[in-house]
Design a protein around this ligand. Structure first.
Ligand SMILES: [Zn+2]
Length: 254
């Protein structure tokens, strides 16, 4: 995977278009070299009760939007599969802009959302910003909640917060291992996905400093998952489709 050092002209013109569209709602919105993904219209899931719920929700949304302007990226929620931002190839960040207020706001929001949802990794596209930024953290508290057997089997280890801007991945151990994984952008589901055992990531940290990190076990898996997001790839593209499950399937039978 190659990483461009800056946003291309084509991307900039597209970004400019998207930002203007968003700015019409938020005059003082971020002047990011990133885009605001336009939210697709609400789509009914097809069953009758959902359709009527959709109507009620649509009306409530209409009233709400009369009072409050719609949010703009970076969102404080995670975009869901179907949102075009999750399938876009994220743009590289201008290294000189990493410590600037706009990129710093994106990073702060990513960390806030990641911790709020208690997930162990998040990418900027997931909060509506198609820039090549990812964050990872595995708090010790979460590690303590797992069994010793799970820690051993999955290679879990506590990890401090790490932020990578314009990350580049190098495979250190090409053997793959299968485990069930999930994604906040495909809420409520999980599947078995093969991932490399060991990888190395290089990029800039949140201070704009060059950093390299070698990750093994679960950290390597999270890293590969978040790297995929930067290229518009989701785990469902790599999963063993027969293992794809609704994590609440049993509850539906109770
Ligand atoms: Zn994900």
């Amino acid at each position: 995977m190659t990483t461009k050092s800056s946003v291309s002209l084509l991307q900039l013109s597209w970004i400019g278009f998207r930002l203007r569209a968003c700015s019409s709602f938020h005059p003082r919105t971020l002047n990011l070299a990133a885009i605001a993904s336009t939210r697709p219209p609400h789509i009914s899931t097809g069953c009758r009760s959902s359709s009527s719920n959709a109507k009620v929700r649509s009306y409530l949304q209409f009233v709400k939007r009369k009072i409050i302007s719609p949010p703009c990226p970076p969102y404080s929620h995670v975009c869901q599969v179907g949102d075009p931002v999750l399938r876009s190839h994220a743009a590289a960040v201008d290294p000189a802009a990493v410590t600037g207020p706009e990129v710093q706001k994106v990073i702060r929001t990513m960390v806030k959302v990641m911790r709020k949802l208690e997930c162990v990794g998040l990418s900027a596209p997931q909060i509506g910003v198609p820039l090549r930024i990812l964050a990872l953290e595995y708090p010790d508290r979460m590690l303590q909640e797992s069994s010793p057997a799970a820690r051993e089997l999955r290679g879990l280890s506590a990890q401090p917060l790490r932020v990578f801007v314009n990350p580049q991945l190098r495979v250190l151990d090409g053997r793959t291992v299968l485990f069930q994984e999930a994604c906040e952008s495909i809420s409520g589901f999980s599947a078995t996905v093969p991932r490399y055992l060991s990888v190395e990531v290089s990029g800039l940290n949140e201070k704009g400093e060059a950093v390299t990190w070698q990750a093994n076990g679960w950290s390597a898996r999270v890293l590969q998952h978040e790297m995929d997001h930067l290229d518009g790839v989701l785990y469902i593209d790599r999963m063993d489709s027969k293992t794809f499950v609704n994590i609440n399937w049993q509850a539906h039978n109770e």
